[in-house]
Design a protein around this ligand. Structure first.
Ligand code: MV4
Length: 449
């Protein structure tokens, strides 16, 4: 096992990883930007080093600065968390070159899955169902003919995409060309790669993702699903497990597809396979996320497995002790992301000092955060300041527990979306579990009036 790990991240996920290390007797090294001198991960780690100015590119995305710290402090591994460098194959490769274990899949697998149209082609070839579409848009007139053949609406997605950039929904033929050009230009400037592909745009679908764990001995196990249909502009707001629409039969089929996806590319460590699930319970592969996800705690609650500790163990060469038949989803977990933003002001980020903080407690109530009373939220980073996660024996009780916990949560000094989440939980579509990917935009149109 490693004796010392560098955490190449900030915020609640850096804190989450430090806690896993502390329980495992692993020493921790934090890195931070000039804007994060007062951040919680800096004080919780055994050692902390400032790696540059506030802007991400000058600090948390500065690969050589981070690796220099890892080498100088004698770290054997780097945990990248989510976002930032977590899905950057060049960073994973640089770690390898420097003899430092990157806690995640091999860089070649990150690269393969990071190219979304290549991932789509690979999965189709392996027999994993994909959304009807066109793998690569070359000639626009040809793509337009293809779109007409599968029927509108269609969705144009950037191959290098992520974080919602380079996605355009096209509802009628006359908008097609502009949409492709816009998606491509956006992707070119965000990722340096304008390649796009085309899919039928499915409505009345759920976004369901399967958590998989793969060790370096070739064991691949699925830890069940998360329903992530409650999102706007690619930002998830509420996630839950299990998904109410999945029957045991379809869950098994989808888990098998996720395991097949992972095996096909020689996947190792923790990963997530995203699917769309339609009303006929047919499902389609969308993409694979080759990292730890924000919403991992819901899976931890329903499976009883600490996935961050397993990421570290697997990276150290330890075999995953559970077989597929050992995995049973028990009870129901819900997560609400708490963002410092004003839902009624077009989700404008809200920065400033936390003047009062009360964190809810009680059995099976978890608040993953890096804020504390009197902490000042810097303006440079994303607006998620915490995640409230609850667990109960059934969904009705989990919703009540979440409502009670949201009501108990006090964050003064910044605006948060806690009330919005509470209003969503109270809606019929959430209560009966039927909500789909189109729910939140429609809900917000009424909400902000
Ligand atoms: C889709 C889709 C429907 N059809 N693709 C892709 C990235 C992810 N974050 C959202 N994505 C979607 N891709 C096809 N072919 C529906 C979504 C989607 C979504 C779209 C608009 C508004 C909210 C959404 C929530 C989840 C998924």
């Amino acid at each position: 096992m490693f004796s010392k790990i560098l955490i190449a991240n900030r915020g609640e996920i850096a804190v989450r990883i430090i806690r896993a290390c502390n329980e495992m007797g692993i020493r921790t090294v934090a890195v931070y930007s000039e804007a994060d001198a007062e951040a919680l991960h800096v004080s919780l780690a055994d050692e902390s080093y400032c790696i540059g100015p506030a802007l991400l590119k000058d600090s948390y995305l500065n690969m050589t600065a981070i690796i220099d710290v890892a080498i100088a402090t004698g770290c054997q591994a780097i945990h990248p968390g989510y976002g930032l460098l977590s899905e950057n194959p060049r960073f994973a490769q640089l770690c390898e070159k420097c003899g430092i274990k990157f806690i995640g899949p091999h860089w070649s697998v990150i690269a393969k899955m990071g190219d979304k149209d290549e991932a789509r082609r690979t999965m189709k070839g392996a027999g994993v169902p994909v959304v009807p579409g066109l793998d690569e848009i070359g000639d626009i007139a040809e793509a337009k003919a293809f779109a007409a053949a599968i029927g509108y609406p269609v969705i144009v997605k950037a191959s290098a995409g992520g974080g919602g950039k380079g996605i355009r929904i096209v509802r009628k033929e006359e908008d097609f060309e502009n949409a492709v050009r816009a998606a491509s230009a956006e992707a070119q400037s965000a990722f340096g790669n304008g390649k796009c592909y085309l899919e039928k745009y499915l409505t009345d679908v759920k976004h369901v993702e399967m958590q998989i764990v793969a060790d370096e001995a070739g064991n691949v196990v699925c830890l069940g699903e998360r329903d992530c249909s409650m999102q706007r502009r690619n930002q998830k707001l509420i996630e839950e497990s299990p998904c109410v629409l999945l029957t045991p039969e379809v869950r098994k089929e989808m888990a098998d597809a996720a395991v097949l996806a992972a095996r096909t590319v020689g996947y190792t460590n923790l990963g997530t396979v995203e699917f769309l699930l339609d009303k006929d319970k047919k499902f389609y592969f969308m993409e694979m996320n080759t990292r730890l996800q924000v919403e991992h705690p819901v899976t931890e609650y329903v499976t009883g497995i600490d996935v961050v500790k397993w990421q570290i163990r697997i990276a150290a060469g330890i075999e995953f002790i559970y077989k597929q038949e050992d995995i049973r989803l028990r009870g129901c977990a819900i997560e609400c992301r708490i963002n410092s933003e004003d839902a009624r002001m077009n989700f404008r980020p809200s920065c400033g000092r936390i003047s009062l903080l009360h964190i809810p407690g009680g059995p099976w109530v978890r608040f993953d955060t890096a804020i504390y009373q009197d902490y000042t939220i810097p303006p440079y980073y994303d607006s998620m300041i915490g995640k409230l996660i609850v667990y109960a024996r059934d969904r009705t009780e989990a919703i009540r527990k979440m409502q009670a916990a949201l009501a108990e949560l006090v964050i003064e000094g910044v605006q948060t979306n806690a009330e919005l989440s509470s209003d969503i939980l109270a809606s019929d579509a959430f209560k009966n579990g039927s909500y789909c990917t189109n729910f939140l935009d429609a809900f917000l149109k009424e909400y902000v009036k």
